[in-house]
Design a protein around this ligand. Structure first.
Ligand SMILES: *[C@@H]1O[C@H](CO)[C@@H](O)[C@H](O)[C@H]1NC(C)=O
Length: 188
């Protein structure tokens, strides 16, 4: 449905993926966060990123190269509000969009989900190769077939992004942040 209806299907993808993996995801996310000192701090602080805790105006006025400015640009570009997400897990997902530049339309969403789940859900070792089959007809299928291996590889190689304290990275140079995390910006 999402591939047929690019602008409207994102919630369907999110719903499908979350319903399928939530029982595993919750445990893996918790373990990932507990195993990192920053992750533990995020849990302890019950940190949230929304319009109460962060000012969109402040984000918009940060220097060009910063993560916060990139985040504001993403929110504006994709008509997403700071309060779209109801869980930190989803708030973080918005930062992944900003960091990768992947759009909210279906293909971007599917590729980003692949990257995200490779990063948080798959075992960290023993996955050196992926077989990618054609994912359907048309441009959407071609985009996905081309982008999937890259997304999975990126997700597996990167630092676990759920344990990033995004609030503390808003003034960080976004290029340096990508480098530190090991998450490349995908090709246009
Ligand atoms: C933002 O999150 C805080 C919890 O840290 C909550 O108290 C507040 O109501 C949230 N604001 C919005 C607009 O959702």
């Amino acid at each position: 449905m999402s591939l047929l209806n690019a602008r409207r299907g994102v919630d369907l993808i999110a719903a499908l993926v979350e319903a399928t993996v939530t029982p595993y995801l919750i445990h893996r996310l918790r373990d990932a966060m507990l195993s990192s000192s920053t992750g533990r701090r995020i849990l302890k602080d019950r940190a949230r990123i929304n319009s109460t805790t962060v000012s969109l105006e402040w984000l918009r006025n940060l220097p060009d190269v910063t993560m916060g400015r990139e985040y504001a640009a993403y929110l504006d570009r994709e008509s997403v509000s700071l309060d779209t997400a109801s869980l930190r897990y989803r708030e973080c997902h918005n930062f992944y969009h900003a960091l990768t530049g992947l759009p909210v339309i279906a293909e971007g969403e599917v590729v980003l989900k692949a990257c995200e789940f490779a990063n948080t859900l798959l075992p960290r070792t023993g996955l050196s190769m992926f077989v990618v089959v054609g994912l359907g007809p048309g441009e959407g299928g071609r985009v996905l077939t081309r982008c999937f291996p890259c997304a999975i590889r990126n997700g597996l190689q990167a630092k676990e992004v759920i344990s990033i304290y995004w609030e503390e990275e808003l003034e960080t140079d976004v290029k340096q942040l990508r480098k530190r995390i090991g998450w490349q910006k995908p090709p246009e």
